[in-house]
Ligand binder design. Structure first.
Ligand code: GLN
Length: 495
């Protein structure tokens, strides 16, 4: 086995036993990127020197015999909407193609303190709007399980990199499913924390009342490790919550006896791919056989969630994206004769079609005369969705479903049909609306060999509980054992 194939916790143990050096690990992953990323195209920017110098610092500390943080020497990548001082943060947009932020996001700062080497910045849908990474202004990213399929989105680069062993772990952001949906499509673990659990300082804002940053990892143990490293209160983000961060790895156990699991009847409807449904139901059965109590529950406002999200998210986006005017940030059209034309041309040329669609939807929903009919109403429906979950969690410990209605689709299949693209988030976005934590863990594969994601939602700050159930699912299904067949060093396909 090559070093790039191991998980973060395995590498941590190997480092401590002095079986490997941090430099060897980082070099191994950098070589993997070198040989494979021309096929997967997960990275917008590779920061080999930054990674190498951190690995060197880790080895120096190891040589001195000092204690190391858990993630020391474990190389990772960041979605390209997380600010990194001195390294460009593009949001996969022409608007920010050459933007270099003057400060670090809090999550990156925490990973620097954890001595985790930064491999680079990962491709995404422009400004995190999309479900396939096809909205990147630069290039498409391939799904490592089938190169003709999308990796999901918007954190498609982050999920594909982990699945293809081009990073040991990555961070993504999730506004309506952008960590969990690509994790499901790529057969890796993706966790969206409770709103306020992780600081959003330095995350380029999309929809501020919904955005959260979270880990994408090879297994559940790594998700717990990374969450422990990035969570916590931050005075720079007033929405981050001052609540102690437990060691999330302490929650990982296989035993689910007596745990109450809710199956929302609104999530097992027609339109969900039969193979996906079968795998999810088989997993539920395994949990039940292992001693969990499974019961049907109802989240009655589920069918309103998508419409509500597509008012609230674009409304917040239209306001957040007003700052890209060619004066303060990024791209500026140079050919305009006056300032108003300059604004217009900058935004017409700098934003791609999906971002423009969202800005128009959002501006319309917020405009006077329509505000009460759309935005205010959507906020009220959001409260009903929050209450649905609160009621459900009086009865059950976790709520489970499939992460997505279908497995990864082919590139080009949905790009001209925004409505069908939006539907791929129907099971993930309610958790953002309700501000609760949710995780996607692989639970099996379709006949065609595509991964199926199992979603576990928990009550606010119930990250420990959803990690516990996810860990049990990982063990009960054994889905983590299967890896994508990818060419090694441009050679023949290998297991
Ligand atoms: N796919 C959803 C959207 O396009 C969610 C995106 C996200 O979570 N960033 O808005």
């Amino acid at each position: 086995m090559s070093l790039y194939q191991y998980t973060a916790h395995e590498l941590r143990d190997m480092l401590r036993r002095k079986e490997v050096s941090a430099a060897e690990i980082t070099d191994s992953v950098l070589e993997r990127i070198d040989s494979l990323d021309s096929v997967i195209k997960a990275y917008v920017t590779v920061t080999a020197e930054v990674a190498k110098s951190m690995a060197k610092a880790v080895d120096a500390q190891l040589a001195q015999g000092s204690d190391l943080p858990e993630l020391a020497g474990i190389p990772m990548g960041l979605k390209d909407n997380l600010n990194t001082k001195g390294i460009r943060t593009t949001c996969s947009s022409k608007m920010l193609e050459n933007y270099i932020s003057p400060y670090d996001s809090t999550v990156y700062e925490k990973l620097i303190k954890s001595m985790s080497p930064l491999l680079g910045k990962l491709n995404m849908d422009e400004f995190a709007m999309g479900s396939s990474t096809e909205n990147s202004a630069f290039f498409n990213t391939a799904n490592p399980w089938d190169l003709e399929r999308v990796p999901g989105g918007s954190s498609g680069g982050s999920a594909a990199a982990v699945a293809a062993d081009e990073a040991i772990f990555t961070l993504g952001s999730d506004t309506g499913g952008s960590i969990r949906q690509p994790a499901a499509f790529c057969g890796v673990v993706g966790l969206k924390p409770t709103y306020g659990r992780v600081s959003r300082y330095g995350l380029v804002a999309f929809a501020s009342s919904l955005d959260q940053i979270g880990p994408i990892t090879k297994d559940v143990t790594d998700a717990a490790l990374v969450l422990t490293a990035i969570a916590g209160h931050d005075p720079m983000d007033s929405t981050s919550v001052n609540k102690e961060v437990p060691d999330y790895t302490k929650f990982l156990k296989e035993d689910v006896k007596g745990l109450k699991i809710g199956l929302p009847k609104e999530y097992f409807v027609e339109g969900i791919d039969p193979e996906v449904k079968t795998k999810v139901m088989e997993t539920v059965q395994k949990l039940e056989e292992a001693g969990a109590e499974v019961k049907e529950i109802s989240l009655p406002h589920t069918d309103a969630a998508l419409a509500t999200y597509y008012i609230i998210a674009p409304a917040e986006a239209s306001s957040n994206l007003a700052r890209y005017d060619g004066v303060r940030y990024g791209y500026r059209s140079e050919t305009a004769p006056d300032v108003l034309t300059m604004y217009k041309k900058t935004r017409s040329e700098g934003f791609g079609p999906e971002v423009k669609r969202r800005i128009m939807l959002g501006t319309y929903a917020l405009s006077s005369g329509y505000y009460d009919a759309y935005y205010l109403k959507a906020q009220k429906v959001r409260t009903l969705i929050v209450q649905d979950f609160q009621k459900a969690f009086e009865e059950v410990d976790v709520i489970v479903s499939s992460t997505t209605p279908t497995p990864a689709f082919k590139m080009g299949d949905k790009i001209d049909d925004p409505m069908s693209m939006y539907l791929s988030d129907m099971f993930t976005l309610p958790a953002n609306m309700a501000a609760i934590p949710a995780i996607s863990v692989p639970c099996g594969y379709t006949e065609a060999g595509l991964p199926v994601g199992f979603q576990i939602m928990g009550p606010a700050f119930g990250e420990g509980t959803i990690l516990h159930v996810a860990y049990a699912v990982e063990k009960l299904t054994g889905a983590r054992e299967r890896r994508p067949k990818l060419p090694e060093k441009g050679g023949a396909a290998c297991e």
